[in-house]
Design a protein. Structure first.
Lengths: 171, 135
């Protein structure tokens, strides 16, 4: 039973779900040895469909948001935009729906509502089940959003930078 | 392994306070994303950030990248607009300061104005002498 991957404090599972998950793992061991759980009628059955993302915890975390309440948040926030914010927001969303990558720079000094635009973008897109990563260049700014990280830590950017480096993300 | 899958599945990346980052940090992430995304589509190496939507944000009146022992030229040459990525950027301006729109924000308004003046180099620079504070 210890083989179950569900002991992560972030992912909370009910007793039954945990049991299903463990039985699934046991089944996988059987399958590797050319059997399956159903070959043994004395063993319990399970209803567990493995997540599509191959059990990648990072991907699951990013998809585990409450989509309904996020969409409600986004709707509320959209009503409170001023014209500038609304244009920025729409331009970025438009690119997202047309699925061509683009580089944006949102320019504005303090108090201008950049963070507000981003939390709304986050809620809208995560509410649609998309994965959006937020990173910041320094620790204080990284506290503004839920799940935000410092860029160096998220992308494993090396500290000493020269021209031909890539991040320490291995395949 | 895990981060790779996450990064490949990402739809958008929001990067806050971008101007205070060394331009090579962006270039490093750009190269990495192109490299990882070509597993799905070989053409993607032509696209900046491997075809991902990247939203950077911040203000250039704030802190620029820290370059150890670097002078003015070094700091500017390592700032984001000197990167080859900058030619692809779409700049979206936000103008209206929402923080000073709130009622009873006289102090905030003064401060915002002062900060803008510092950024625009309209205030005289006064060297700090021993025991005397800068006005």
């Amino acid at each position: 039973m210890t083989c179950c991957k569900c002991d992560d404090p972030v992912v909370t599972l009910s007793e039954d779900a945990l049991k299903d998950c463990a039985l699934y793992e046991i089944d996988q061991y059987f399958i590797r040895n050319k059997h399956c759980l159903e070959d043994f009628p004395t063993l319990p059955k399970f209803n567990y469909v493995p997540p599509v993302h191959g059990g990648n915890r990072l991907v699951q975390e990013e998809l585990a948001y409450d989509q309904h309440s996020l969409t409600t948040n986004a709707n509320d926030a959209e009503d409170r935009f001023n014209d500038d914010q609304c244009n920025t927001y729409k331009t970025i969303l438009n690119v997202m729906t047309n699925k061509y990558g683009k580089l944006f720079f949102v320019y504005g000094s303090g108090g201008i509502g950049k963070t507000f635009v981003w939390t709304t973008l986050l809620s809208r897109l995560q509410g649609q089940g998309k994965i959006v990563l937020t990173v910041a260049s320094l620790g204080i700014a990284s506290l503004l959003f839920l799940g935000d990280k410092i860029a160096h830590s998220r992308f494993k950017i090396p500290i000493y930078l020269h021209n031909e480096l890539t991040c320490n993300i291995t395949q | 392994m895990k981060v790779v899958e996450l990064v490949r599945k990402v739809d958008m990346i929001i990067w806050d306070e971008a101007p205070m980052m060394h331009r090579r940090a962006f270039e490093t992430v750009d190269r990495t994303l192109r490299d990882l995304m070509q597993l799905d589509d070989a053409q993607v190496t032509e696209k900046i950030f491997g075809g991902k939507t990247m939203v950077l944000g911040g203000g250039f009146r704030q802190i620029l990248p820290v370059v150890p022992k670097g002078g003015r030229e070094d700091i500017i040459s390592f700032s984001l607009p000197r990167s080859h990525l900058w030619q692809h950027v779409t700049i979206l301006h936000l103008h209206m300061n929402m923080r000073v729109m709130a009622p009873n924000s006289e102090e905030q308004r003064k401060f915002a104005k002062w900060v803008l003046n510092v950024g625009d180099n309209n205030l005289p620079a006064i060297a700090k002498e021993e025991g005397v504070d800068i006005d």
